[in-house]
Write a protein that binds this ligand. Structure first.
Ligand SMILES: O=C[C@H](O)[C@H](O)[C@H](O)COP(=O)(O)O
Length: 231
């Protein structure tokens, strides 16, 4: 099975948790897109759900495929969010934000009773940090924020390049109008400590460590689906 098929299988397994009447948070990224496609097929045959998208990109796909949408303003409490991840550890702490949607994704996940992460097995790691940690920052004071992030990491014994995310020769701008710094600190043994240190920096809007948000992970591998529930 190729990587795309694994994403489809994880998305299909997540669909089993979706029932009529549900208010759904809908994630961003290539895996979440497979979920949207399968969800749209169910909607076409009568499944009655309303979705709150975590990005403009996901909203556009939902509109194209006929998945009914709401906003977090109109639907501030959600039953379930289904989203992908860049890395998943055994405690279901995640790194997210490879697609730049981490801020809305975290707001939507936090407004949901339950979050299911869908991923192929390559995303499963013992310790987070192989994937650079996306940090969403205010445009104002970018360089000062970058320096402060490096200094905060150093207090925890972490170091490595902190790079401004670019696209088409320009800085990548999030749906919220911010920049993203990708921090290659390597393995992050204490995610809570790094989260606290990053939040102490005024220019940091949000970071891609999702701690205590995912309740279930559905991991698709060549040998089948593994479902992991948070302790
Ligand atoms: O900002 C993007 C999201 O956090 C994605 O869910 C994450 O990057 C995983 O994306 P993909 O399913 O494309 O690997």
């Amino acid at each position: 099975m190729d990587a795309r098929q694994l994403k489809v299988e994880a998305a299909r397994a997540a669909l089993a948790y979706v029932g009529s009447g549900m208010r759904l948070g809908i994630g961003t990224g290539t895996t979440a897109e497979e979920f949207v496609r399968l969800l749209a097929e169910k909607v076409a045959t009568g499944l009655d759900v309303v979705g709150v998208p975590t990005s403009e990109r996901t909203a556009a796909l939902c509109r194209e495929l006929g998945v009914p949408l709401s906003t977090l303003e109109d639907t501030p409490e959600l039953d379930l969010t289904v989203d992908g991840a860049d890395e998943v550890d055994p405690d279901l702490t995640l790194i997210k934000g490879g697609g730049g949607a981490l801020l809305r994704e975290k707001i939507v996940a936090a407004a949901s009773e339950r979050m299911i992460v869908i991923a192929d097995k390559s995303k499963l790691v013992e310790t987070l940090g192989r994937f650079p940690l996306p940090i969403e920052v205010n445009k104002f004071g970018l360089r000062a924020t970058e320096i402060a992030i490096g200094a905060a990491a150093a207090t925890l014994g972490l170091s490595g390049p902190v790079t401004l995310r670019m696209t088409g020769g320009q800085p990548f701008v999030t749906d919220g109008g911010h920049f993203i710094l990708d921090a290659s600190f390597g393995r992050i043994p204490d995610t809570r400590a790094l989260s606290n240190a990053l939040f102490a920096i005024p220019g940091v809007v949000e970071h891609g460590l999702f701690i205590g948000l995912a309740s279930t992970a559905i991991i698709a591998g060549g040998d089948g689906i593994e479902t992991v529930h948070a302790a």
